[in-house]
Design a protein around this ligand. Structure first.
Ligand code: ATP
Ligand code: MG
Length: 496
């Protein structure tokens, strides 16, 4: 800022000096010319006047000389000597010489031309004029008058003094004028410079300069403002671009993080799946192998009923392995989207009745009572019979599996809407051990068992995962909810 101020002052000083020098030169030149002209013309006037006086004196004394009138000559001389600008009067007759002077101790008397000329120079204090008095063409006398320029010089000196004083005042005024003019000229420029400095240092591109001053400065300010407009627009664009870029980077980072999370999760799921699989496969396989080994080892000595038990265990383990492999195949097919549905319009109730009939022995075994809903609605819909039967069978077997003896299971149907479409809802409600609220959704994941049943060596935990995939393939929905007073209610929706 200091530097800028200095520069501004430099400019202002220079401008003031230039204006001042110009005004000063004009003043001095005009004053000098005035003094010279004034001196010249007033001197000329003085000389003309002196010549007139000399001539008139000559004509007045002409008659007096002819008539030898000494009184008139004296009167004329006295009158002349009363004048302050006349210092000496001389009259030469042929033989006489009349001399009249005012108290001059050594009055100048010039007798030759050279002396006279020198005394009459412009700068001489005196002006001597000699004039002949002629009567009928004959010179009878000469008049000789000496004029003093004292008064003229005094007047001229006074004029010069006044001029000097007025020049001094004019100088002062021109200095003030020059300063004001340069201030008016440089002030907008200075403000513009300060603004530019502020914009450059503080990066405040929203600032604008006030358009005023001379045309050039106004143009400069307008151009500067226009430049700032463009910079501001570009700056805004840059800011937006940076923000967008930051946002894009953030989004990309988030999606990468999400992908990484998903990959980690998938990896964990894969590990868990493999662990579960190896366990689920090994257990029945181990059973088959160990009972087969027992049989081979003891087939000669072992009683037939023991051998039968071995075969039975081998058969059970084989069945279990078979079911597991079927389930795994189903699930992988469903997940790969390779499961093809054979949809037919069928009654859902009918399918449910068949499923119940298949598991009747289990119901009887556990002395469970099955209730059907009393209000019978139309349960016809288009779906794959065997797949939906698989869903109902798993839900029913779960209900039987996790419900104590002597309790009941309730099956119901309802007509409803799902995703703006007519749908059938089927529910299987038991009075079993129930599922914790926070696990109601989790039990639909592969190999997941509720914390209430984990200790029991139940199924593999694939049934509900398969149900979920089958129902999703039918564009339906399946969910579980806890029943007040104990038990769980599994429901699914099938669009009609
Ligand atoms: P799978 O069906 O594969 O032979 P599973 O029955 O254990 O084995 P899912 O049908 O998927 O597997 O059920 C998962 C878990 O959900 C069960 O292990 C059990 O913990 C819980 N569950 C399912 N149905 C019920 C129910 N009606 N009452 C209480 N818990 C249930
Ligand atoms: Mg099950």
């Amino acid at each position: 800022m200091k530097k800028n101020n200095y520069k501004q002052w430099e400019l202002k000083k220079r401008l003031t000096l230039v204006i001042f020098a110009a005004v000063f030169s004009v003043l001095i030149l005009s004053s000098t010319l005035f003094i010279i002209a004034n001196y010249f013309f007033s001197n000329k006037n003085f000389e003309e006047n002196a010549f007139d006086i000399t001539r008139s004196v000559a004509s007045r004394i002409e008659a007096a000389i002819v008539f030898d009138d000494a009184v008139t000559i004296k009167e004329t001389f006295d009158q002349l000597l009363l004048r302050t600008d006349i210092r000496q009067v001389n009259v030469y007759l042929d033989d006489r010489y009349l001399y009249v002077s005012k108290g001059e101790t050594n009055p100048p008397i010039y007798f030759n031309e050279a002396e006279l000329c020198h005394a009459n120079s412009l700068f001489s204090k005196v002006l001597s004029i000699c004039h002949s008095v002629t009567v009928e063409g004959k010179i009878i006398a000469h008049t000789y008058l000496v004029f003093t320029r004292d008064k003229l010089f005094k007047r001229q000196y006074t004029q010069i003094y006044i001029l000097i004083v007025s020049i001094m005042i004019s100088l002062l005024l021109s200095l003030i004028f020059a300063s004001r003019v340069s201030d008016t000229l440089t002030s907008p420029l200075h403000k513009l410079a300060v603004l530019a400095d502020k914009v450059a240092k503080e990066k405040r591109f929203n600032l604008r300069g006030k358009v005023y001053g001379t045309q050039e400065v106004r143009l400069l300010t307008e151009s500067f403002n226009q430049m700032l407009d463009e910079i501001e627009t570009k700056d805004d664009e840059l800011l937006k671009y940076t923000q967008n870029l930051e946002q894009a980077v953030e989004e990309r980072t988030n999606s990468l993080n999400h992908a990484l999370e998903q990959a980690t999760q998938a990896n964990a799921v894969k590990s868990a799946f493999l662990a579960n699989m190896s366990h689920e496969l090994r257990t029945p396989l181990h059973g088959i192998l160990s009972f087969a080994r027992f049989g081979i080892k003891n087939y000669t000595t072992a009683p037939p009923d023991k051998l039968l038990r071995y075969f039975d265990r081998i058969n059970t383990s084989g069945e279990r392995l078979h079911v597991l492999l079927n389930d795994l195949l189903d699930l992988s097919k469903l997940e790969a989207g390779q499961m093809e549905l054979d949809k037919q319009t069928t009654s859902l109730r009918e399918i449910a009745i068949n499923c119940v009939a298949e598991q009747d022995a289990l119901l009887l075994e556990k002395k469970l009572t099955l209730f059907w809903d009393t209000e019978k609605c139309d349960t016809n819909a288009s779906f794959d019979r065997s797949r939906i039967a698989q869903v109902i069978a798993n839900l029913l077997s779960n209900a039987i599996k996790f419900t104590e003896e002597g309790k009941s299971i309730h099956i119901s149907f309802a007509l409803t809407h799902y995703q703006n479409q007519a749908a059938i809802k089927m529910s299987i409600q038991d009075q079993g051990i129930g599922i914790h609220e926070e696990e109601l959704a989790l039990v639909f994941d592969q190999f997941v068992q509720s914390s209430k049943t984990k200790t029991d060596a139940g199924g593999t935990g694939l049934g509900l995962a398969i149900c979920k995939e089958i129902i999703a393939l039918h564009n339906g929905k399946i969910w579980a909810e806890s029943v007040v007073g104990g038990g769980t209610k599994f429901s699914f929706l099938l669009p009609v």
